[in-house]
Design a protein around this ligand. Sequence first.
Ligand code: GAR
Length: 195
Amino acid sequence: SKRVAILLSGGGSNMMTLVDSMTGDHPARPCFVGSNDPNAGGLAKAAAQGIPTGAVDHKPFGKDRGAFEDALRALIDAHAPDIVCLAGFMRVLTADFVQAYEGRMLNIHPSLLPKYKGLHTHARALEAGDAEAGCTVHEVTPLLDDGPILGQARVAVEAGDTPDTLAQRVLTQEHRLYPAVLRRFASGDRTPVIL
Ligand code: GAR
């Protein structure tokens, strides 16, 4: 089966839904969970599932993104993944890193791309008065939050929504969308998943 490495920076709820999905006849299995933050909550959750984990703290590298990424790549590549899933990984990646996993690295982003690349997506959707919000899984290319869309899920914006309430409702959809996209992608099918 395909080997999947997952990178995160935070609590790892998306990582957990991916891990939980990779059982039975699923075409992939988790091989590694990595982070730029040694204290990320998701690392402990993965370790508790018996998955190898590791971190490269970006802070000591300062502005030297290349050296940070070389160290992270060495850690990832030691586990020989076929697919790399970014799941709440909050460092911008250089073209060199992206090219090392070209065509086999996915990201989940909490907006309906191409709208609201970057940060504060929910506040920006509310500010714009959008009637709907959502999340996107896409193939990672050197441009930030760009690349072919592999799936989207939409949610209605409700009266009284704040960035936090909207984020929570979108996150629930992320937990449906990302496993559905990974399963399809790991089986060699890039047809977008529309939920
Ligand atoms: C998710 O909402 C994900 O879409 C977002 O961070 C959250 C991570 O939550 N990712 C980004 O904003 C990427 N720029 P999690 O750690 O519970 O999966």
